[in-house]
Design a protein around this ligand. Structure first.
Ligand SMILES: [Mn+2]
Length: 333
């Protein structure tokens, strides 16, 4: 059954048009791309007369509540009942069922079809269908094109989510893949009357003090390879224990690691969800491909930004990953 990279694929539009009640999901540990995409779709679909609900595995993190002033984002513990009567599920910014957790499993168990809407590379043998297009900067940009193809107007309400999604995944429109369409879509969203200043401030100028302290600790832990082309930081649980910060706050530091002059590939190891687990984040500068290092370990992402969950001794894991990063740098020449 089909996976398409075309937001206007007729079968895809027919499936969405045919469903009266639609549930929207995103991945666990939701980010601004997943949440913004589903909110953009939500507001446009509701305005188009659809009965639409959002049920994620996790609640909306406090840091993203400004995205959802109406509080339409539900979570599985509080809003599982909203899945009742749903005819179609759409899962944003996730490339496999397990990334979406319990709501997707519940829909599948009830025999409800679920389609992906994502810009991450699909794993070989993925059983899900949907719209998966890696050429898009973000799920937000992809969702905008899908809404256009559906013929559903995008008003300022929907635009806020989509613009936030794009701004987040492009690092405030710095990572544009030389695709002029990304800025065109951003301009069209702005033209709805959207005030983008509060989005910029909320995403990039609102770091809580405790997270700033954490950032300082991480920066102190950065190490570099002998040739200075690979940099990494290991953030053990004890570096966070006394700080009131969400787990995903650690990820905020990775741009500084890969942002060092001369560094072409970077890794960060932070505590995972469960004891003994490590969450690996990889970044690379243009031309260096590190995504496969995460994919081989059951993770995913893009060529220059990827992640995976690892278990084992951190010293051995670190050795292994750094060796592969060095090889990736050498391959890039
Ligand atoms: Mn994304």
């Amino acid at each position: 059954m089909p996976v398409t990279a075309d937001p206007a694929a007729p079968w895809l539009l027919e499936r969405i048009h045919a469903a009266e009640r639609i549930a929207l999901m995103t991945h666990v540990d939701p980010d601004a791309d997943g949440l913004g995409s589903q909110l953009g779709f939500f507001h446009a679909a509701r305005a188009a007369g659809k009965d639409v609900v959002i049920v994620n595995d996790d609640p909306c993190p406090a840091r993203y509540r400004w995205l959802d002033p109406e509080a339409v984002i539900g979570d599985f513990d509080g809003a599982a009942a909203d899945l009742e009567g749903v005819e179609l599920g759409l899962c944003f910014d996730a490339n496999e069922a397990s990334r979406a957790g319990r709501p997707l499993a519940a829909l599948q168990q009830a025999g409800v079809p679920v389609l992906l809407v994502d810009h991450h590379r699909l794993r070989d043998g993925n059983p899900l269908q949907g719209l998966v297009a890696t050429r898009f900067s973000s799920s937000g940009e992809l969702t905008y094109r899908l809404l256009q193809a559906l013929g559903w107007p995008v008003g300022a309400e929907a635009a806020r989510g989509l613009y936030a999604a794009m701004s987040f995944d492009t690092g405030s429109f710095r990572f544009l893949r030389n695709d002029p369409d990304t800025l065109r879509v951003a301009a069209e969203l702005q033209a709805t009357g959207l005030d983008t200043n509060p989005i910029q401030e909320a995403l990039f100028a609102s770091r809580p003090y405790a997270e700033t302290v954490l950032l300082g600790r991480i920066l102190e832990r950065i190490q570099r390879s002998a040739d200075g082309q690979v940099a990494w930081a290991v953030v053990p649980p004890e570096a966070i224990a006394d700080l009131d910060v969400p787990r995903d706050a650690v990820g905020e530091a990775i741009p500084f690691v890969v942002g060092i002059e001369g560094v072409r590939a970077a890794a960060m190891f932070k505590p995972g969800r469960n004891p003994g687990e490590w969450k690996l984040s990889l970044r690379a500068k243009a031309g260096v491909v590190v995504g496969d290092i995460a994919t081989r370990r059951g993770g995913g992402g893009h060529d220059q930004a990827a992640g995976a969950t690892l278990t084992g001794d951190i010293v051995a894991l670190c050795d292994e990953i750094l060796g592969e990063l060095q090889a990736a740098v050498e391959r890039a020449g």
